[in-house]
Design a protein around this ligand. Structure first.
Ligand SMILES: NC(=O)c1ccc[n+]([C@@H]2O[C@H](COP(=O)([O-])OP(=O)(O)OC[C@H]3O[C@@H](n4cnc5c(N)ncnc54)[C@H](OP(=O)(O)O)[C@@H]3O)[C@@H](O)[C@H]2O)c1
Length: 250
């Protein structure tokens, strides 16, 4: 059955792959990001009747996002799922950290996701059948690294919020889960190319029992969580990291 999904971060990396995979399965995708990338143009071209792109900065006017979801639903249909993949990384030592930096990360990674999820649970928005919400968290929510304080905190917060949401929303037929990716080569790494050098990536490749992952590895898990095969799964965190977080002691 054709279903309608709301996906943030659809212009690149993991969010793009999830969008492309859902469209290939015949679903409708409303994708959100700040910029119309070449990948967005390609999806618009390939799926003119099923892919609808919304250019929006999700870190601004966060309280208005829930009402915006109601508007989207009137235009495109009731949503069977919401995936919050938009996220920003920040590498910043504590000594130069400020409230402004903290808010920047939390606004997008956590607060925007919660506001959009609130919109999804509105009875005018929610599909009659069950609804699945998936937050793209990170293994950084359960592991540490210098400079990742705000990022790790924002991703750990999303896991905490996810658990309470799962209990609160179960009576409405809404399942809520987090996926915790490990190292996946996406545009995000390109944005931090001075940190994620080829040497650094190769080093992490060797620290990861199954090597560095691809966006399809994350998308496969998300598609499973959206499907009825996951109908008894809520409030769970899924590490999809090729074994990176096992912390091989050798
Ligand atoms: N790649 C990894 O190794 C990895 C590992 C663990 C977790 N993750 C998580 O996975 C998610 C996706 O990451 P990715 O690697 O796919 O990164 P990416 O390629 O950089 O994608 C990030 C997406 O978020 C959108 N975005 C950023 N700021 C936004 C804003 N203010 N408003 C709306 N959209 C915004 C970007 O589009 P615009 O720039 O056009 O707005 C882009 O579509 C993130 O939450 C990230 O933390 C990634």
């Amino acid at each position: 059955m054709k279903k309608c999904y709301l996906i943030t971060g659809a212009s690149s990396g993991i969010g793009y792959q999830i969008s492309a995979d859902l469209l290939a399965q015949g679903h409708v995708v409303v994708g959100v990001s700040r910029n119309v990338s070449d990948k967005v143009r390609q999806l618009e071209n390939d799926y003119p009747d099923d892919f609808f792109f919304q250019e929006k900065d999700l870190s601004v006017d966060i309280d208005s996002l829930s009402k915006w979801v109601v508007k989207l639903s009137k235009e495109f249909g009731k949503f069977s799922g919401f995936i919050h993949s938009a996220g920003m990384q920040q590498i910043l030592p504590l000594k130069v950290n400020t409230h402004k930096h903290m808010l920047e990360v939390f606004n997008l990674n956590l607060f925007a996701g919660l506001a959009l999820a609130k919109g999804i649970t509105d009875r005018r928005v929610k599909a009659e059948s069950s609804v699945s919400v998936v937050f793209i968290s990170s293994v950084a929510s359960v592991m540490g690294a210098p400079g990742l304080i705000n990022y790790s905190a924002s991703k750990a917060s999303i896991n905490g919020a996810m658990r309470s949401m799962a209990i609160e929303l179960a009576p409405l037929g809404v399942r809520v889960n987090s996926v915790l990716p490990g190292f996946v080569e996406t545009e995000m790494m390109g944005k931090w190319s001075d940190v994620y050098t080829r040497e650094y990536i190769d080093q992490n490749h060797s620290r990861c029992p199954l090597g560095i992952g691809g966006v399809d590895d994350i998308s496969n898990m998300v598609l499973f969580l959206l499907s009825d095969k996951a109908k008894w799964i809520t409030g769970a965190e899924f590490k999809v990291d090729g074994g990176f977080s096992l912390g091989d002691l050798r």
